[in-house]
Design a binder for this molecule. Structure first.
Ligand code: ADP
Length: 396
């Protein structure tokens, strides 16, 4: 069957049409600048990218353009919309209501709406995508796949913060975790790839991209993760600060005469690698600058790698051991320097790195030596394929 995977953001939308039998991507692309001017990128499998500038006042026009492109006489991947058998939607926040993917009905839409408060930038956009697809493809089954669902197996000791418990009871303030689709996909694949026993496995997944999070997975179930109530917590990211002393918020507010929204903007958009390096949020830029002797870039990379290693060390304690540490996403899959530095801190675990294997990038591989006590590997993530599989499992 053909599954359309939709990842709807506030002003952009990514899509892939996947044949679930062959798991081949028939076409993919994105709509950008929705509500501003509008640009559609469309790429049919085996063909060049087509870029069309066109007015997209709302997500409705954007999704209509995607459907038109997919069914275009000359360049379409399919002949008619009848060939789309199901739609899988990425939904960022499922709160405590969703511990797995679900077929979307009115009740699910209402429950997702109730989580809007927890992800005010993401969930409303995800819902727009769902509602527009329902309107343009009536009768086609749709599935919601939540970023938070995989982490719902965390025990209370991992998800509760040291705050008055009423904040949890009244407002559901707790750790939720994100990137769950990726952590689930990559941890499962790690177990398969290394031939571990699924019922007796301890895996740590480092999803390092623009947004980064790490998870501890015991026998296939997440027991802890670094992102929290929001994706701001945890590792230093492209523009997000990750963990800081919460008292810094008041201190800087006074020094710079800023209010809370202004501080939150700094923590989300002007911190992390961007803030530390004064240069860029993109790891490639920092790597190049560091090689040319830029101290800020060098420090940013050191802070990143040290922080990752500390979380991994903590998760070895949480799991009471570890069989495999896996790197994934843009930095995890490609930046051999980050992998090398992180693994260096973990020598006490009896890990040794195969430097030659580690110099490769972007492919599924083991980068520890044969005698290393813990396997270290790279598994490219594929959230779209994971959403497609979840969708098929629910609608078939
Ligand atoms: P997102 O969270 O936006 O999905 P990605 O997973 O695409 O992010 O990761 C983006 C990060 O990956 C950027 O910091 C980028 O510099 C880094 N990256 C991508 N390709 C490479 C590469 N070849 N070498 C080093 N870093 C890379």
């Amino acid at each position: 069957m053909n599954v359309l995977v939709i990842n709807c953001g506030s002003s952009s939308l990514k899509y892939q049409l996947i044949n679930s039998d062959s798991e081949e991507v028939l076409a993919k692309g994105l709509c950008e600048r929705i509500g501003i001017d509008g640009r559609l990128v469309y790429q049919k499998e085996g063909c060049d990218k087509e870029v069309t500038e066109a007015s997209m006042p709302t997500h409705k026009e954007a999704i209509q353009m995607v459907l038109d492109a997919l069914t275009n006489d000359k360049t379409g991947a399919i002949k008619s919309l009848k060939e789309i058998d199901a739609v899988g939607h990425r939904v960022v926040h499922g709160g405590e209501k969703f511990a797995s993917s679900v077929v979307i009905d009115e009740e699910v839409i209402k429950a997702v709406e109730e989580c809007n408060d927890l992800a005010p930038l993401h969930n409303p956009a995800n819902l727009i995508g769902i509602n527009v697809c329902k309107e343009l493809m009536p009768g086609v089954p749709m599935v919601a796949v939540f970023d938070t669902a995989f982490h719902q197996t965390m025990p209370a000791k991992a998800y509760l913060y040291g705050l008055p418990i009423e904040y949890y009871e009244n407002y559901k303030v707790r750790r939720y975790g994100f990137h769950g689709t990726s952590h689930s996909f990559v941890s499962k694949r790690t177990v398969e790839f290394l031939g571990l026993d699924p019922e007796n496995s301890k895996v740590i997944v480092c999803h390092l991209g623009n947004g980064s999070s790490i998870s501890a997975v015991l026998n296939g179930k997440c027991i802890d993760t670094t992102m929290g109530l929001t994706p701001l917590e945890g590792v230093v990211m492209g523009t997000r600060s990750g963990n800081i002393d919460p008292a810094i918020i008041e201190y800087i507010a006074k020094k710079e005469n800023l209010d809370i929204p202004a501080i939150m903007n700094i923590l989300n958009k002007k911190s992390g690698l961007q803030g530390l390096s004064k240069l860029s949020s993109d790891f490639r830029d920092l790597n190049e600058a560091a090689q040319n002797g830029n101290k800020y870039a060098e420090n940013a990379i050191e802070v990143l790698c040290y922080g990752i290693a500390k979380f991994v060390g903590g998760y070895v304690a949480a799991l009471n051991g570890v069989d495999a540490i896996t790197f994934t996403a843009g930095i995890g899959e490609n930046a051999s320097l980050v992998r090398e530095k992180v693994v260096e801190y973990l020598g006490y675990l009896g890990i040794t790195l195969d430097k030659e294997a580690n110099s490769k990038r972007g492919e599924e591989m083991i980068i520890s030596t044969a005698d290393s006590k813990v396997k270290v590997c790279v598994i490219p993530t594929n959230e779209e394929l994971a959403i497609c599989r979840e969708t098929v499992a629910l609608v078939k």
